[in-house]
Write a protein that binds this ligand. Structure first.
Ligand code: PEP
Ligand code: MG
Length: 538
């Protein structure tokens, strides 16, 4: 047995095999081969296996997300089987004596370039599909396992995981995350907390661990490779203890989140997908205070259409059955990237064209989302909030676009509900103009993750800056107090949806400040309710 020490970003114990997640961008070796027929047969076999994989993905998507989404895998299968595509690969193998991986990569590049240069938007978008199928074929040829192929739940070990890699993984197969890079406020860490799985960062990972049995102890940040019987026994006991504690907390379900002296606070949940709603309901979330809608965009290889979005929002709203659902408009850019966004490289992405700035610069993308949100609002209790606000004019422009969307829906005879509008307070500028913003909005939601990043000038992704990322810094606490005071002056309720909202050492402070709502990962709801019910703020 070997023990490695990292930093825990979410507690819990996981026991299982390691899946070493290698990045999909791969270095394809150019190798000369003698037996071209054997190489062609190797490609033929890989092609068959790829088609099987795509067929299985189609079937799975059909059940989980419906036919419209599943069709992409059908389209990919047709491309893999396309005569021109395959002829080019056989040609490179047979006439240039090259290995199959190289032949696939070269053909994939050529076809992708050809599609990208076409005028037709539909064909342009196919460039990404070609890239995707080439990577899949190369993975099969090089024997690399795909996360979607896993037959048993695993502990995923990786150098780093981007939010889009994380959301693409099959949640039912994830026991834990272990990465070398990343920080506790990165979006991948937030996703781990939302999924309720133990996660560690800062470990010197080793590809040789792939397939080995391991234990992740998210309580003290340790990873055990090939654990001995005694360690397994201790860890199983820890797991049982955790289950017992959770069962005890279940008794708080249905109870009000109220202090001993009668101060109530709303306990909402943060989610990233429809799949998280079950977790919210199991933990008795009183509503959803932050639905990070951008994850919907990260799962796709194209801008999600109005209808695709509407179906997702409607499902969340209906499942919450009349409870409040606050959906944040897309917060893309910075670490949340996908190829099809086509965002230019920036010197300072965290301060670049992101979130509401993309929406105001590309109003068509914004309007598509707003139409989907307003249509979904007819099915329940929806709030919409806007990320990365710094100025009052932004809010005025947003309201103008919202009114345009509502007028279009009226003309089309499409109904929608009463929607509360709010902004995220996550820049120091927004705090300083919060009194003016409060006059325009129904609510504020304080995003302490970014507020800390921008106030302390600390990159929230940078693991090396951990001890400087002081979310209890007096400047942050004073900004929260000030935001609550300014919001309340103009009937604007104020919540906290950043990770600090779940910091139980501050629950009493937030109650005393008059915070109206805390929105936290679903698993924190009952533990925080327990604290609230024992607190007196007089
Ligand atoms: C925040 O910044 O605190 C927040 C809730 O948004 P995100 O973590 O998604 O940036
Ligand atoms: Mg933020």
């Amino acid at each position: 047995m070997e023990k490695f020490q990292g930093k825990s970003i979410f507690s819990g114990v996981a026991i299982g095999r390691i899946f070493f997640f290698a990045k999909s961008e791969q270095q394809v070796k150019r190798e000369r081969i003698e037996d071209t027929e054997a190489e062609a047969a190797r490609f033929e076999a890989a092609k068959e296996k790829t088609l099987e994989q795509l067929h299985a993905l189609y079937e799975k998507a059909l059940v989980e997300v419906g036919e419209a989404q599943a069709e992409i895998f059908d389209a990919h299968a047709m491309m893999v089987d396309d005569t021109d595509f395959c002829d080019s690969i056989y040609n490179i193998i047979r006439t240039q004596n090259m290995n199959a991986e190289y032949a696939v990569a070269t053909t994939g590049d050529n076809f992708a370039t050809m599609f990208a240069e076409m005028d037709d938007e539909y064909f342009k978008a196919r460039a990404l599909d070609v890239k995707d199928i080439s990577e899949r074929l190369i993975n099969v040829l090089s024997g690399k396992q795909d996360a979607a192929d896993l037959s048993e739940p695993v502990i995923v070990v990786a150098e780093d995981l981007t939010p889009s890699e994380t959301v693409s993984m099959d949640k039912s197969k994830l026991l834990a995350f272990v990465t070398r890079l990343g920080s506790s406020n990165s979006h991948t860490a937030i996703l781990a907390r939302t999924m309720n799985i133990p996660a560690l960062i800062g470990l010197d990972i080793d590809p040789a661990w792939n397939g080995k049995m391991a234990v992740v102890d998210g309580f003290n940040g340790a990873l055990y490779i090939e654990p001995d019987e005694k360690t397994l026994e201790v860890m199983r006991a820890k797991q049982q203890e955790e289950i017992r504690k959770r069962e005890l907390l279940q008794q708080l379900k249905g109870k009000v989140s109220e202090t001993v002296d009668g101060k109530k606070i709303r306990l909402y949940a943060n989610i990233g997908s429809v799949g998280d709603v079950a977790n919210v309901l199991q933990n008795d979330g009183e509503g959803i205070g932050l639905f990070r809608s951008e994850f919907l965009y990260l799962e796709k290889d194209h801008w999600p259409t109005e209808d695709e979005q509407f179906q997702v929002y409607k499902q969340v709203v209906e499942n919450m059955a009349g409870k409040k659902v606050i959906i944040r408009t897309l917060d893309l850019g910075a670490d949340k990237q996908a190829d099809y966004f086509n965002l230019a490289d920036e010197e300072n992405p965290a301060m670049g064209l992101r979130a509401i700035r993309i929406c105001l610069e590309q109003p068509d993308i914004f309007k598509t989302q707003l139409r989907a949100l307003y249509r979904a609002s007819a099915y329940g209790n929806v709030g919409i909030m806007f990320p990365m606000i710094t100025s009052v004019w932004e809010v005025q422009e947003i309201k103008r676009i919202v009114n345009l969307v509502k007028a279009e829906l009226d003309t089309a005879g499409i109904s929608y509900g009463d929607v509360e509008l709010g902004v995220m307070i996550e820049t120091p500028a927004a705090v300083m103009v919060s009194e003016e913003l409060a006059k325009e909005m129904d609510f504020f939601s304080i995003g302490t993750n970014d507020l800390t990043q921008y106030t302390l000038a600390i990159d929230r992704q940078n693991a090396k800056l951990g001890r400087f990322y002081d979310s209890h810094h007096p400047a942050i606490l004073e900004m929260i107090r000030m935001t609550v005071e300014n919001g309340h002056k103009h009937d604007c309720w104020v919540g906290i949806c950043g990770e600090l909202g779940a910091d139980m050492t501050l629950t009493e402070t937030f109650l005393k400040m008059g915070v109206d709502e805390l929105s936290v990962s679903p698993t924190f709801i009952l533990p925080i309710r327990e604290i609230i019910r024992k607190t007196s703020i007089q």
